[in-house]
Design a protein around this ligand. Structure first.
Ligand SMILES: Cc1cc2nc3c(=O)[nH]c(=O)nc-3n(C[C@H](O)[C@H](O)[C@H](O)COP(=O)(O)OP(=O)(O)OC[C@H]3O[C@@H](n4cnc5c(N)ncnc54)[C@H](O)[C@@H]3O)c2cc1C
Length: 388
């Protein structure tokens, strides 16, 4: 077994680290304070080609594997930045690459690779369906040669900062289906145009972190067969194809966050002197940091295995889900260890701990809650009765 990263992976890590070094704590603190979108950072990532990592080189992308994408995402978060500003393009690529038509790929992938277009919105969640995706109610009804889409989506992030959106909608009523995983379809929507034409209205949702998430109200939005990705009625299965990548990359964000917390907490515990000695000399301060470090290393091994399997076209559902679960828990442990280490200063914005604390908490819940990951492991991997 060889655990060492490849030369390419080392080179990617060092290049992303260098780019992120140009966006320090002050930049992120200010962006967070003002609730702004980190436009300059996302542009720099696009121009350097990192957001096009998973686009095949034939379409102008990096042609890299998920193992390399994981390094990119992890380094972004490890620098103190938040990959959530721009990660959707990587998450959704599985659906587009596996199920998109050649025409769709030729039309969209080259400008996406160049950074001239952004596919940063993924419209799945609805107020009444929640985690139960097969219950979504947004409909795409065929009228002549068009689909007319109506409905409501919630928590759709970056909708105001994306040109395109992958949208999941119902093409067959739920009650008419024998197999409830069918009847949903994926559309590639020109989001900017839909907003301009008044077919999609966006309402920002104020959240505890700077995430640019929104509600979408969709009214009489027309889509053609050319906008349908893959086969009508197979949308749920098609987005499942991108979910393993999403899990692996979310795990990478959490691992990056966890490493950032451990670095900061370690430094602070070594430098801060109270009662005449460094606080890190106290086992009550040192051990939670060391324990979080061990958990992050363990999660990282499972993440690496999941990415390795995915890149070799081997089944990786169990590993991808376990990586997401373990990494988000480890990062949350690291966040709490850092908060405790910093004492009162952990709450002061200028130390950045509270910002990352808010950011990493999301990974336990979204894009899928850890309860649903456990339900997947319990049923699909261990064969226990279905709990969802
Ligand atoms: C900041 C943010 C950004 C987001 N961005 C996007 C996005 O870009 N696109 C998108 O489509 N969605 C997005 N989401 C939505 C996210 O994917 C959902 O919030 C998440 O999947 C959980 O769904 P829910 O909020 O409806 O919770 P619910 O489904 O209502 O669940 C609530 C709680 O009940 C638990 N629960 C539910 N069912 C079970 C069960 N059977 N067993 C055990 N526990 C259960 C869950 O674990 C959860 O803790 C975002 C959410 C947030 C907060």
């Amino acid at each position: 077994m060889d655990f060492s990263p490849s030369e390419d992976q080392e080179a990617i890590r060092s290049a992303v680290r260098q780019l992120c070094a140009g966006f320090g704590d002050e930049y992120w603190r200010e962006i967070d304070r003002k609730g702004e979108y980190p436009e300059r950072f996302v542009r720099a990532l696009s121009e350097a080609g990192w957001l096009a990592a998973l686009i095949p080189s034939a379409y102008g992308g990096g042609g890299l594997g998920v193992s390399e994408a994981a390094v990119i995402i992890e380094e972004i978060n490890r620098s103190g930045a938040n990959a959530a500003a721009a990660h959707a393009q990587m998450y959704t690529m599985g659906t587009l690459l596996r199920h998109g038509s050649e025409e769709q790929k030729r039309r969209y992938l080259p400008p996406l690779a160049k950074g001239d277009l952004r596919l940063q919105a993924f419209g799945v969640t609805e107020p009444e369906a929640g985690s139960e995706t097969t219950r979504i109610k947004t409909t795409a009804v065929k009228r002549g040669d068009r689909y007319v889409i109506n409905g409501k989506k919630v928590f759709i992030s970056r909708a105001q900062h994306s040109d395109l959106m992958l949208l999941l909608a119902r093409t067959t009523p739920y009650d008419e289906l024998d197999d409830k995983t069918r009847g949903l379809s994926v559309f590639l929507i020109d989001l900017k145009r839909a907003v301009k034409d008044g077919r999609i209205r966006i309402r920002p949702i104020d959240t505890m972190l700077n995430h640019h998430t929104t509600e979408l109200f969709i009214e009489e939005l027309e889509a053609t067969a050319a906008d349908l990705v893959g086969q009508e009625g197979m949308g749920f299965r098609q987005i499942l194809d991108s979910w393993n990548v999403e899990r692996i990359l979310i795990a990478s964000e959490a691992i990056g966050d966890g490493r950032w917390f451990v670095d900061r907490a370690t430094r602070y515990a070594t430098a801060r002197v109270v009662f005449g000695k460094a606080i890190g000399e106290n086992q009550g301060v040192q051990f939670p940091i060391a324990a979080a470090y061990a958990r992050i290393e363990a999660a990282s091994l499972v993440r690496d295995k999941a990415a390795w399997l995915f890149d070799r076209d081997k089944p990786c559902g169990a590993e991808a889900n376990m990586a997401k679960l373990l990494a988000s828990q480890a990062s949350w442990d690291a966040a709490n260890a850092a908060m405790d280490t910093y004492g009162g200063y952990g709450f002061a914005a200028e130390y950045d701990i509270e910002r990352k604390f808010r950011e990493t908490r999301l990974l336990v819940v979204a894009p899928i809650s850890n309860n649903l990951v456990l339900a997947y492991l319990g049923h699909n991997v261990l064969g226990m009765p279905r709990s969802y």
